[in-house]
Design a protein around this ligand. Sequence first.
Ligand SMILES: [Fe+2]
Length: 182
Amino acid sequence: MNDSRVSVVDEILRLFKGRGDSAYGREAASQREHALQAAHLAREAGSPPTLVVATLLHDVGHMLHDLPDDAPDHGVDDRHEELAARFGPDVAKPARLHVQAKRFLCADEPGYLDRLSEPSRISMRLQGGPMSPEEAERFRSSPHAAAALVLRRCDDSAKSPGLVVPGVEDYIPWIERALIRS
Ligand SMILES: [Fe+2]
């Protein structure tokens, strides 16, 4: 394995160990719990390694930046997909589209908005609200839309404090495979 791959894996492990205990917005689960539960759901759904890693890292900027835990309430929509840029588009794009996927589903799926957690509804307003028909059409035409929607469903269902799922070390081979493909 080359040095840059080692450093990406190390960086991810360090993030999860060092700052994963921080709150996930106003959700009851921590950042680490949220990310690991989401990745576990993606894995259980039979997703490819790139999508599992995208799901694991989709919120990683929440750990990278020292924003207040209730940032969305204060009008700050942090851009939380930076580390995903170290991978190829099959990782980076679905991660980057996860907010747009929420906006799409709010416009396209009856009842979706009502099922979101309250913090997610608050941040959605800051993120632009439900998509317009034109925005939804553009989103649909993205080659990464389907993966982003899978990621989004995992994201929405990964907010259970205390739920035991595999740790971040379990994902090292998945991370390495995702990097090799990029
Ligand atoms: Fe998330």
